[in-house]
Ligand binder design. Structure first.
Ligand code: NAD
Ligand code: AKB
Length: 312
């Protein structure tokens, strides 16, 4: 039996990861932790600020946790507006989770990294798994730090920390939390309502993306992978699709008509520093990664689900 803590569990990914884990391990065995109070019933919940190591350790002991999914973070765009906050939540928070996990003796910590770990010097097309990591956002710096700390704690203490470098995640259940790729979720709401959308990236800003079911599949597959097969730790590239805003608009217009204008803001510079396409051969080889959704399949599913959700 597993006892699982999901930090940042009220966020975009946690909102869908938690039900998945509860189906598998039982509702009472998966505890949501977040700095925010839930607005509706989310099942077992604890209020937790990951900047406080003692509070984390107390919960790990009280709830006898053996597995942590550490999702609490400040994402790229929000992080550039408050880099000091991003440092404390993402870097100090990650360190606190590792220290509390080590002291409690948890079995496994899953922690997402991001394509934000890459930077302007990284090759942009078919970006290799093992390449130049010189990000220029505080969020990216925190992701590289997290990847290196994961490796350090594995080699020094045998603490089993694993993670994938997520691309932009697209989903319809919970809103995204302040990233550069958020446009690819927001745009669907405007399209379905038939409203004009102002895109904060250029029409040709191609970025790697992934649909939420594949994001859940990736992190849970990696969690279950035999340790002896893993050469990498918390730094697996994973890919599913890459597209520009213009290409996404063309696909959405196959279902609904809407107007789009492009007014790139500070987030364009962040997007410019990230890859266009990703080489995920290490994840495919080491734990059998393969996505289920390409861009057309994602758009069809998003439109169907959002139309139902928004009563259109
Ligand atoms: P999100 O912003 O939707 O959710 C993050 C959650 O963390 C929020 O519910 C927030 O309240 C909580 N939080 C913030 N500060 C906290 C603190 N001090 N203590 C406890 N909780 C705190 O983020 P998400 O999209 O669900 O991302 C989860 C993880 O996946 C993050 O590590 C993120 O970097 C990574 N990731 C996400 C994407 C994506 O597109 N969503 C892409 C790449 C990587
Ligand atoms: C963001 O845009 O910050 C996230 C990410 C790719 O890490 N979606």
């Amino acid at each position: 039996m597993r006892r699982i803590l999901v930090t940042g569990g009220l966020g975009q990914i946690g909102s869908e990861l938690v039900p998945f884990l509860r189906d598998k391990y039982g509702k009472e065995n998966v505890i949501v932790a977040d700095i925010r109070e839930p607005t509706d019933d989310v099942g077992p919940f604890v209020k937790l600020d990951v900047r406080k190591e003692e509070d984390i350790l107390k919960i790990l002991k009280e709830e006898d946790i053996d597995t942590i999914y550490h999702l609490a973070a400040i994402l790229s765009a929000k992080g550039e507006q408050n880099p000091q906050l991003a440092f404390h939540v993402n870097i100090v928070g990650m360190f606190n989770i590792l220290e509390a996990g080590r002291k409690k003796g948890v079995e496994r910590i899953m922690v997402p990294s991001s394509i934000a770990a890459f930077g302007p010097e990284t090759p942009k097309d078919n970006t290799p798994n093992d390449t130049i990591l010189k990000p220029r956002t505080m969020y990216g710096v925190s992701k590289v730090t997290g990847e290196l700390l994961a490796l350090y704690y594995w080699e020094k203490y045998g603490l089993d920390v694993r993670g994938v470098r997520y691309p932009g995640i697209i989903s319809w259940k919970a809103p995204p939390g302040g990233g550069t790729t958020d446009y690819a979720v927001e745009i669907f709401y405007y399209a379905i309502r038939g409203e004009k959308y102002t895109c904060f990236l250029r029409e040709d800003a191609t970025l790697p993306m992934m649909y939420m079911p594949d994001a859940i599949k990736a992190i849970t597959m990696l969690a279950d992978a035999p340790a002896e097969n893993l050469i990498h730790r918390a730094d697996f590239n994973i890919a599913a699709m890459s597209f520009s805003p213009k290409e996404l608009v063309e696909e959405i217009r196959k279902y609904v008509d809407f107007e789009v204008e492009y007014k790139p803001d500070y987030r364009q510079k962040i997007a410019d520093s990230w890859p266009r396409t990703i080489d995920d051969s290490a994840a495919r080889k080491e734990w059998g990664w393969k996505p289920d959704y390409d861009m057309p399949a994602m758009v069809k599913d998003m439109i169907e689900n959002l139309k139902r959700k928004l009563n259109f």
